[in-house]
Design a protein around this ligand. Structure first.
Ligand SMILES: O=P(O)(O)OC[C@H]1O[C@](O)(CO)[C@@H](O)[C@@H]1O
Length: 317
């Protein structure tokens, strides 16, 4: 087992810190959640959770918020900015915090590095100690920032989730070789708050296994992209409870065309039950997608401890 896999499997004791961390209260009219890469995809899910819970929110890539906020909100008055960054040093996220402060906006940093630029510069910081051996590929820290962000958005999570999430992980840890054999076209589908998680699953697979992966909302998939499905396709479908039946129908269409389906929270060639309800079950999904990236990388004999072209922190010179 390499260190990437070990960190994925050893992340759960660190989750308790994110479950226990004090959360600043947010009563703003609008929340903008910023980040880069993984942190941006988490921001999408967290912003969706804010909206579901009655507070307007949107996710914006850090570089965009720093450069052209008016493309995203007509009026920044009353906006609170939540900045996610494992390192606290990704240039565009630091720029987003700086630009927000300069505009007089309240800023909240969510980070795994206490002594980092965004922790120093933001008005408030939620600090999340993570697995000390985490490498370039962000796994444990991503789960922690997701948990903290969902809690900021008002999602009730309890300690049981640290045990429950081991279930989906163990299914994909022992993924049936016949389901992944020969698969080279990967698609991640998720609706609403699950779209960000689906995007993060696709990014993880790309980074870890150098595979091309796409993300769509499930009902969008029929409108063109389904033409790519064949015997080389594998679709990871993150089911929404309220649209399970129509998504199960889509899964059958994909299977009829030769694709395999891994269903989290619903049917597929591999079907993985989720225990929690609605927003509260989202953290159960992330470690499973992380280990899936590792398994596909191993099937391609790729070492995820040194992902191609990647560094732990992307700093613009
Ligand atoms: O959360 P941070 O430290 O700002 O880092 C985000 C970085 O993490 C990654 O998702 C993977 O390491 C990159 O895409 C991105 O540069």
């Amino acid at each position: 087992m390499n260190v990437t896999e070990r960190v994925i499997k050893e992340q759960f004791p660190f989750w308790q810190g994110a479950l226990d961390a004090d959360m600043p209260a947010i009563d703003a009219e609008c929340v903008v959640v910023v980040g880069c890469g993984t942190s941006y995809y988490l921001a999408q899910t967290i912003a969706s959770a804010f909206n579901v819970n009655g507070r307007n929110a949107l996710a914006v890539p850090g570089g965009e918020w720093a450069r052209r906020p008016s493309s995203y909100v007509a009026d920044r008055e009353g906006v609170v900015v939540v900045a996610l960054s494992r390192s606290g040093e990704s240039t565009e996220t630091v720029q987003a915090v700086d630009a927000s402060r300069a505009a007089g906006l309240r800023t909240i940093a969510v980070t795994c590095e206490k002594d980092s630029s965004i922790a120093r510069e933001a008005d408030e910081t939620v600090y999340l100690p993570t697995h000390p051996q985490e490498g370039v590929v962000m796994t444990s820290s991503a789960s922690l920032m997701l948990i903290a962000g969902l809690r900021l958005a008002g999602v009730a999570l309890d300690s049981a989730i640290t045990k429950v999430a081991a279930g989906p992980l163990s299914v994909l840890d022992d993924v049936d070789a016949s389901v992944i054999a020969g698969r080279r076209h990967f698609v991640y589908l998720g609706a609403g708050a699950l779209y960000g998680i689906a995007s993060e699953g696709a990014l993880k697979l790309q980074e870890m296994s150098i595979s091309y992966a796409q993300t769509f909302h499930p009902m969008e998939y029929r409108h063109g992209p389904i033409s790519l499905i064949d015997e080389g396709s594998l679709v990871v479908l993150l089911y929404s409870e309220d649209t399970l039946e129509e998504e199960a129908k889509l899964a059958r269409e994909i299977q009829d065309k030769g694709g395999k389906v891994i269903g989290l929270g619903g049917p597929g060639d591999i079907s993985i039950p989720l225990v929690g309800k609605q927003l509260a079950r989202i953290p159960e999904i992330l470690p499973a997608l992380q280990i899936f990236g590792e398994r596909i990388a191993q099937s391609k004999k790729i070492d995820t401890t040194t992902p191609r072209h990647l560094t732990k922190v992307v700093v613009l010179s």
